[in-house]
Design a protein around this ligand. Structure first.
Ligand SMILES: Nc1ncnc2c1ncn2[C@@H]1O[C@H](COP(=O)(O)OP(=O)(O)O)[C@@H](O)[C@H]1O
Ligand SMILES: [Mg+2]
Length: 369
């Protein structure tokens, strides 16, 4: 297949690593050339999480971090390209999602801030770079998120069959394919609170396979307190982020409990929160018997997956079963979005994000030399 090669970059809300995908597109066919992930250095990770947590944006700090992340992305993409024995001139463009620091589609003015300076990436590598995918959608009254449902539709939809794609990253989002219209929204936390609680209790960066949560018991009172959060009863379109579901959100819930709780029970309850908010959202839309496929890091949390399958009353599969690696769907999605942007394709996102006219997804940054 002699098509155009694009590179997609994703550092999700978990800021666990930089996922890179090199994808060749021709006549809307997609061929994966390479997939790789690179650890984000711990100092960068900490600064990202500090800036995500803080209520106020410190512009000087953010500007500095924006450039350093841009340097980091450029360096790893260079390595990625070399590892695939590709020539830079062969790459049409890079689609770089950037690291989300704040996602505030409902504030005045609304905004979503991703960092990892795209002009710097474009200049360093001499490759056209597409970034700030959410801005135009927000400018047209949309939530700017989630974007992946249009990609899920592109690669996973089949005629006359309903399918649900569940992406469990820091936040969980779902795409409902095969209905009268494409539906996609964030159901609530995915791994973000699980990660925070695991780190806080010095049990590692994440709860490997959910083995720590498995040692606990769900605390129904705490779960009830958490599930009362207004986000869960909002109708879609809706989107959220780890700047909302974070440690202070969790601590507020624990305060309302007004009694001690074993940290393992808190962890089990957080897993149940991810599973129940997801299953409630699907049941409200009368999604019960459709086939369900999971992608994102949450697919590796066996305990969480068993709770989700239990609550949904049937097994959920990994997107591996549909031929795409669950850990790289988002990176592949941003390669595809870059491909669409370079080819000047606009999208009608109204059913997903609520925006009121067709929008370009992504801004184009041309190399300065
Ligand atoms: N083996 C595992 N066991 C449990 N959780 C895991 C495992 N591997 C990955 N995860 C979870 O997946 C998260 C990363 O998922 P990812 O889809 O990359 O999220 P994001 O898009 O937010 O970066 C990790 O932070 C962790 O919570
Ligand atoms: Mg990630």
């Amino acid at each position: 297949m002699a098509g155009e090669i694009y590179i997609g970059l994703m550092t999700g809300t978990s800021a666990d690593s930089l996922d890179c995908a090199a994808v060749e597109f021709s006549d809307n066919e997609l061929n994966i050339i390479g997939l790789k992930n690179y650890d984000i250095p711990s100092n960068l990770k900490e600064e990202i999480s500090e800036n995500t947590r803080s209520k106020e944006l410190n512009e000087t700090l953010i500007k500095d971090l924006d450039l350093r992340l841009g340097e980091f992305f450029s360096d790893r993409v260079e390595k990625f390209i070399t590892s695939l024995s590709l020539k830079k001139e062969k790459i049409e463009a890079i689609g770089s999602h950037g690291q989300t620091i704040k996602h505030e589609p409902n504030s005045i003015p609304p905004f979503s801030l991703q960092i990892g300076n795209p002009q710097l990436i474009s200049n360093q590598l001499g490759i056209k770079t597409i970034a700030n995918f959410r801005d135009d959608d927000i400018a047209k009254g949309g939530q700017g998120a989630p974007l992946s449902p249009i990609f899920h539709k592109e690669v996973f939809a089949i005629e006359n069959k309903k399918r649900v794609i569940i992406n469990i990253g820091g936040i969980t989002n779902v795409s409902l394919l095969g209905g009268a219209k494409l539906i996609g929204f964030d159901t609530g936390p995915g791994n973000c609170l699980l990660d925070i609680w695991t780190k806080k209790n010095k049990m590692g960066n994440y709860d490997n396979e959910g083995s720590w949560a498995k040692l606990g018991t769900v605390d129904q009172d705490l779960l009830d307190i958490m599930m009362k959060d207004n986000y869960f009863s909002l109708e879609p379109p809706k989107s959220t982020g780890p700047d909302y579901f974070n440690l202070s959100w969790l601590q507020d819930c624990l305060m309302k409990l007004k009694r001690e709780i074993d940290p393992r029970n808190t962890q089990a309850t957080l897993a149940e929160l991810t599973a129940s908010s997801l299953s409630n959202s699907l049941k409200r839309l009368k999604i019960v018997n459709e086939n369900k496929y999971v992608c994102g890091g949450g697919v590796h949390n066996k305990f969480l997956m068993s709770r989700i399958s239990f609550l949904l009353g049937g097994k959920c599969y990994s997107t591996d079963k549909l031929g795409l690696d669950p850990d790289y769907i988002e990176a592949i999605c941003f390669a595809w979005l870059a491909y669409k942007r370079v080819n000047n394709v606009k999208f009608n996102m109204s059913a997903i994000t609520g925006s009121n006219e067709k929008v370009f997804l992504g801004k184009v940054y041309l190399p300065s030399r």
